[in-house]
Design a protein around this ligand. Structure first.
Ligand code: FMN
Length: 403
């Protein structure tokens, strides 16, 4: 057996049914480069440009995770995001998956429901849904979509919960049908599942709210249904136990996500994907640390992923993401907290990231203005790059997605 000290990001590992040659993973990245469907203005379809983007980032034995993919129109909420619920979309994903496989890579499909973080105008004039009728404070806007106040969401009925779980199961079956190696449930970043997990959003008094166990019920039931439908080795989940994005200010974080990981550890999932506490979508690592300071002062000795590793047990691999670069990419693996590392912004700017990390070549810095489309020149900053500056050590921990 390989000693933990000898393991690093280049050590092969088995994830579900995939024999990975290394542990450097493409993080799920919404890039809004899909093509609007001619059949329905609210659906977007994977295209040739996306195929180029994913194929360029594929390596033999490397794992890619797709951008977040809505499981229905109701689950959607941005321009340019390709779902996985129509035949047209499946056709598009199939060519991407095949191209990645031809290069010897593996690819999981991240499945998504935005919940209250959308607008009725983007989902066929239906009211956005959530755990409770608690709106996001502020306005919603996107490229091509003018700013409007967030709407009061409708609290999901039991039937809506069951229907949504069916949508996830169907999308997972669709993913299997086109050859994906697995699916990753998007259970973080303030989207639908997180809206059930956080006590400041979930004010329900039924079986899906009011206690740690009840707030976790929706997500655990969904995981169970997905495992029954496609097998646990094809199912993964992403969680943000320390997330604040999407106004997720719930209490009992350590207890709740430890309970959740304890339950998830029983399924034999392909992996659990956790975001580092230091990372936040809108704050720098330094701002995030001070935002979490209260938690530390309340007697939590270490704000880290370690409690969740303990709760999950050793047999479920952990992918970790948030602020990793050449300097710290082995930290989590070396200290036993995680098994794989996902890279987001560095992978945006460096399609050949794996080769660059391996051969210790310098990395380019990302250009935030090209993160999220759609643009008239969608390829720019996506598969085509102009002159770029090199990243300097520490950039990744400074201002986060806003930088
Ligand atoms: C452009 C962009 C799009 C993102 N889209 C998603 C997404 O679709 N799903 C998700 O779970 N996280 C998403 N994230 C978060 C990343 O997966 C990752 O957790 C984050 O960028 C931190 O990793 P990094 O420090 O390596 O960039 C996105 C981040 C960026 C920069």
């Amino acid at each position: 057996m390989t000693k933990i000290q000898e393991v690093d990001i280049w050590t092969p590992i088995q994830i579900g049914d995939c024999h990975l040659a290394h542990r450097a993973v493409l993080a799920p990245l919404t890039r809004n480069r899909g093509t609007r469907s001619v059949e329905d203005e609210h659906t977007w379809v994977p295209n040739e440009l996306m195929k180029t983007y994913y194929t360029e980032r594929a390596t033999p034995g490397g794992l890619l995770i797709t951008e977040a993919t809505p499981v229905s129109i109701r689950a959607s909420g941005l321009y340019g995001i390709p779902g996985n619920f129509t035949e047209e979309q499946q056709k598009g994903w199939k060519t991407i998956v095949s191209a990645v496989h031809t290069k010897g890579g593996y690819i999981f499909n991240q499945l998504w429901h935005q919940g209250r973080t959308t607008h009725s105008a983007l989902i066929g004039d239906k009211t956005p849904e959530s755990s409770s009728n608690v709106p996001i404070d502020g306005t919603f806007q996107w490229n091509g979509f003018s700013a409007r106040p967030y709407e009061v969401p409708v609290a999901m009925t039991k039937k809506a919960i069951l229907d949504t779980q069916d949508d996830f199961v169907q999308a997972a079956k669709n993913a299997m049908a086109v050859g994906f190696d697995g699916i990753e449930i998007h259970g973080g970043n303030g989207y639908l599942f997180d809206q059930f997990l956080h006590s400041n959003i979930n004010t329900r008094t039924d079986d899906y709210g009011g206690s740690i166990e009840n707030r976790c019920r929706f997500i655990i039931e969904t995981v169970e249904k997905l495992c029954n439908a496609i097998g646990p080795s094809k199912v993964a989940i992403r969680l943000t136990p320390f997330g604040l994005f999407g106004q997720t200010y719930g209490s009992d974080r350590l207890q709740q996500w430890s309970y959740l990981c304890g339950q998830l550890g029983k399924f034999g999932l392909a992996y659990v994907h956790l975001i580092e506490p230091r990372f936040d979508e809108l704050k720098s690592a330094y701002e995030k640390q001070s935002a979490l300071k209260d938690m530390v002062e309340q007697g939590v000795e270490e704000v880290s992923l370690r409690p969740f590793r303990k709760a999950l047990g050793e047999s479920t691999p952990i992918v970790t993401a948030g602020g990793f670069g050449p300097q710290n990419m082995n930290d989590g693996i070396k200290n036993g907290v995680s098994d794989l590392v996902a890279f987001g912004r560095y992978f945006v700017a460096n399609p050949d990231l794996i080769d660059r990390l391996k051969s210790k070549k310098p990395l380019y810095k990302w250009d935030r203005s090209r993160f999220y489309g759609p643009f008239d020149d969608n390829e720019f900053g996506y598969t085509v790059f102009g002159e770029r500056e090199l990243a300097s050590e520490g950039d990744i921990l400074k201002a986060q997605l806003a930088d």
